[in-house]
Design a protein around this ligand. Structure first.
Ligand code: ASP
Ligand code: MG
Length: 401
C-alpha cells in the first residue's frame, strides 16, 4: 500500500456536481488500496472574486488581510469535498494549511513553505481517513495565515508529496502539458514527458498548467509529478528527471505571458548610484524584476526599462512617487500592452542558432520585439500585445512545436 497526493484545481471543483465527481475519482483510488491525500484549490474563479472585493475597498489592500480573505476560498472547497466523501460512505477529514502543519515565511501573498509537520496528516491516514488539505495556504512564525502566491495549491501538493515521499498527481482542466497552449496554437502536441528543468522554465515563463515553485520542489526532492485531466481518462504528462527517452529537440515548448508590465524610467542622470537606488527600492518592496535594459547615455542621461508582473503595478506606482522626490527630473512610463514569448528546450544547451532562427522569423513576419533575454535553456522576447498571436503562430510553425 502506498500514499498518493492528488491535487484538483479550481475548475475541477468549480461546482457541486464537479465536487461530487472528484469525490468519486478519489474513492476509486482509495479502493485500489492507496492512502490518499487530496489538495484542492478554491472553487472556479473564487480567488479572483475575493481579490476583486478587496480591490473595491482599496487599490492596494493590506496584504495580511488579503491573505486572510483569499485563504477562505480553499476552505470552502475542502469542507465540501470532505462532506461529499462522507456522503458516499468514506471517512474523510478536511485540514487547513495550519492544521496540515504547513509552515511558511516571507512577505504576505508571496510566502514560501519552510517545513511541513506531517504528524497530523499521517495520524488521519493511519486511522483510515482520506485527508483533504487546503491548497495555497500556510501559517507563518507569528501565527498569521499566509498564502503562497497565485497557483500555490500546486506547491502545497508537491511539497506534501515530497514530505510523504510519494508521487504527486495534478488533475486539471487540460489533458497534460502541451508544447504550446492549444488555445493559442491549435496544432500543439501533448508531451508524454518533460524534465523538471524545462517544466520549471516553462512555468516561470507563463505556462499556466503548473506553478513554478511546485516544479522546483519536485526537482529538488525528486517527486514524480503526473499532470492529467480531472474529468476524463486521457493519458497525461509526467514531469521527471531528464533521461534519454525524452525528445531532445532544441525546443520543447513555447510559452506566453501577458502578465507583463514594462516600466521605463526616462531621463535618469547617468550615475551608477542612481540605477542601484532604483533597483534597491524595488527589491525592498519585494517587486520581482524580470528583464532589464538600458539605453546608452545621451547628454549625461540614460533611460532604464524593466519588466515586472502586473500584480506589482500599484507597488511600483508608490515606489515611483518616492523616487521622484530624490530624482525630480525622471519621467516614468508604464506599458501593460506587452506580451512575453519564450522558447524553452534543454536541447538548446547543445545546439546553437536558436536565437538566430527566431530573429529571422520576426524579420520575415514584420514583428518588432522590445527586449530579449536568454538563459541556458530559454530565450524570451517581449512584443506588443497586438503582435502576440502572429508571433506565436509563426514561431510554433517554423520550429514544429
Ligand atoms: N486559489 C488560488 C489561486 O487561484 C490557488 C490555486 O488555485 O492554486 O491562485
Ligand atoms: Mg493552477
Amino acid at each position: 500500500m502506498s500514499i498518493i497526493v492528488q491535487k484538483y484545481g479550481g475548475t475541477s471543483v468549480g461546482s457541486i456536481d464537479k465536487i461530487k465527481a472528484v469525490a468519486e475519482r478519489i474513492i476509486q483510488r482509495k479502493l485500489k488500496g492507496d492512502d490518499v491525500v487530496v489538495v484542492v484549490s478554491a472553487m472556479g474563479k473564487t480567488t479572483d472574486l475575493l481579490i476583486g472585493m478587496a480591490k473595491e475597498i482599496s487599490p492596494n489592500p493590506n496584504k495580511r488581510e488579503l491573505d486572510m480573505l483569499v485563504s477562505t476560498g480553499e476552505q470552502v472547497s475542502i469542507a465540501l469535498l470532505a462532506m461529499a466523501l462522507h456522503e458516499k460512505g468514506y471517512d474523510s477529514v478536511s485540514l487547513t494549511g495550519f492544521q496540515a502543519g504547513i509552515k511558511t515565511e516571507g512577505a504576505h501573498t508571496k510566502n514560501r513553505i519552510t517545513d511541513i509537520d506531517i504528524k497530523n496528516v499521517k495520524k488521519h491516514l493511519k486511522e483510515g481517513r482520506i485527508v483533504v488539505v487546503a491548497g495555497f495556504q500556510g501559517i507563518n512564525e507569528s501565527g498569521d495565515i499566509t498564502t503562497l502566491g497565485r497557483g500555490g495549491s500546486d506547491t502545497t501538493a508537491v511539497a506534501l508529496a515530497a514530505r510523504l515521499k510519494c508521487r504527486c498527481e495534478i488533475y486539471t482542466d487540460v489533458e497534460g502539458v502541451y508544447s504550446v497552449d492549444p488555445r493559442l496554437y491549435p496544432n500543439a502536441h501533448k508531451l508524454n514527458s518533460i524534465c523538471y528543468e524545462e517544466m520549471m522554465e516553462m512555468a516561470s515563463l507563463g505556462a499556466g498548467v503548473m506553478e513554478t515553485r511546485a516544479v522546483e520542489i519536485g526537482c529538488k526532492y525528486n517527486v514524480p509529478i503526473y499532470v492529467a485531466i480531472s474529468h476524463g481518462a486521457a493519458q497525461g504528462t509526467i514531469i521527471k528527471e531528464y533521461d534519454d527517452t525524452m525528445e531532445g529537440k532544441a525546443i520543447t515548448g513555447l510559452t506566453v505571458s501577458d502578465n507583463v508590465l514594462m516600466v521605463t524610467v526616462n531621463n535618469v542622470e547617468n550615475r551608477l548610484k542612481n540605477i542601484a537606488i532604483i533597483f534597491d527600492r524595488l527589491a525592498k518592496h519585494n517587486v520581482n524584476i524580470d528583464m532589464i535594459s538600458q539605453t546608452a547615455p545621451f547628454e549625461g542621461h540614460i533611460n532604464v526599462s524593466f519588466t515586472a508582473s502586473m500584480e506589482d503595478e500599484y507597488t511600483i506606482a508608490d515606489i515611483t512617487k518616492e523616487l521622484k522626490k530624490e530624482m525630480p527630473n525622471i519621467k516614468v512610463c508604464t506599458d501593460s500592452s506587452i506580451s512575453k514569448i519564450s522558447v524553452v528546450g534543454i536541447g538548446m544547451m547543445k545546439q546553437s542558432g536558436v536565437a538566430a532562427r527566431v530573429f529571422n522569423i520576426f524579420a520575415d513576419n514584420d514583428i518588432e520585439f522590445k527586449q530579449v533575454t536568454t538563459s541556458e535553456i530559454s530565450i524570451s522576447y517581449t512584443v506588443a500585445a497586438k503582435d502576440k498571436q502572429k508571433a506565436v503562430m509563426a514561431i510554433a510553425k517554423e520550429l514544429e512545436l
